[in-house]
Design a protein around this ligand. Structure first.
Ligand SMILES: C[S@@+](CC[C@H](N)C(=O)[O-])C[C@H]1O[C@@H](n2cnc3c(N)ncnc32)[C@H](O)[C@@H]1O
Length: 328
């Protein structure tokens, strides 16, 4: 039976509550970064993209604006549906969309995002900018929604996963995630995936610690969201943002650290914090080009073509399914 919008919202809130309770009663404490993206989180992320320290956006924008023709060529002439996982405001992928729409106006675009706000915005904004573009927004989790695209159209698909969002998984989780992606793909389908590459460590750390404090506010906003949607009583002034980068592992991690010993009410739970106790908020894993190749091989993909920015700080890589991969 079809669930009403209210019932779906109640289920989503219940999952949110259960995940937050699990994370904050665990040791060490953590929150899942997918919950950053309510309407305020979306807006803050868009501000982060424009901070001087957040080089990732400028690098990927350079790739997509300067090399849209080459990328479109590499995607091949057979018609396909373009599926984008977590497009955010799609301000970078827009350049590729524009080139593809010029070549194949009949082609449909399926943005998949956990943020309803993002899906609503894209459904309005994109057809206005690209006349006649069919936009079928899908609000939900990456893999769940990817599965549904097969019902809309039998065409082959090109899946985009940009902005180094793959870095929000640990390397082990990334292998599992890419294998799950592969299970939803067929021969002829392609994956265009963005990686932030290893570079000067301070530059990486600064990207997650901008001088205006927008990244700090983005992290703290999740506590505000938990207060609003789950009725908790976090005092956000009693936590501070603490990013780290380990150049050995390539893991950039963000924490919110409790300024003091304190208790927070969350439904029937009392969450106790020690002074200086961290909540792990997000990983942004950095890769070498070799490590991206290893990930592709471990997940059953074969890199076809790399697209780099001029500084080679970032790469969008086109992967096809490797033929002899089995026993996933
Ligand atoms: C870091 S932003 C990147 C946006 C865009 N790709 C870019 O490069 O600017 C991540 C986006 O993915 C969405 N997202 C995060 N986790 C998700 C999940 N598990 N399923 C679906 N969407 C998710 C967020 O709502 C957000 O729009």
């Amino acid at each position: 039976m079809m669930k009403t919008a209210t019932a779906l919202q109640q289920t989503a809130t219940q999952h949110f509550y259960e995940d937050v309770v699990k994370g904050l009663t665990g040791t060490p404490k953590y929150l899942q970064s997918k919950y950053f993206y309510d309407a305020a989180g979306d807006a803050l992320f868009q501000q982060i993209m424009h901070t001087p320290e957040y080089y990732l956006t400028r690098c990927e924008l350079e790739i997509l604006s300067a090399q849209a023709v080459a990328i479109a060529d590499a995607l091949g002439a057979t018609p396909f549906n373009l599926v984008e996982l977590g497009p955010g405001d799609a301000s970078k992928s827009f350049y590729l969309l524009k080139e593809l729409h010029r070549r194949h106006p009949e082609q449909a675009y399926f943005p998949i995002d956990i943020s309803e706000n993002i899906i609503t915005q894209l459904q309005h904004a994109l057809p206005a900018r690209l006349q006649g573009l069919q936009v079928q927004g899908l609000c939900g989790e990456y893999i769940d929604m990817l599965k549904t695209t097969a019902y809309f159209s039998p065409r082959r698909k090109v899946v985009m996963f940009m902005g180094a969002s793959i870095g929000n998984f640990t390397p082990e989780e990334a292998v599992k995630f890419c294998r799950r992606l592969r299970e939803q793909m067929n021969p002829g389908d392609l994956l265009l995936i963005g990686f932030d590459l290893r570079k000067q460590p301070q530059m990486i750390l600064d990207a997650y610690n901008d001088g205006q404090g927008v990244t700090r506010d983005f992290n703290l906003n999740l506590l505000t969201r938990i207060n609003r949607e789950l009725g908790a009583d976090f005092d956000i002034n009693q936590f501070h943002h603490f990013p780290t980068y380990d150049p050995l592992t390539g893991a950039c991690k963000s924490y919110l650290v409790s300024n003091t010993a304190q208790e927070v009410l969350l439904g029937e739970h009392v969450i106790r914090f020690r002074k200086d106790e961290p909540i792990f908020m997000e990983i942004s894993q950095k890769y070498s080009v070799d490590e991206t190749r290893q990930l592709a091989a471990a997940a059953g993909f074969r890199p076809v073509q790399h697209f780099f920015d001029n500084k080679r700080w970032f790469t969008d890589v086109l992967w096809e399914l490797s033929q002899n991969h089995n026993a996933l």
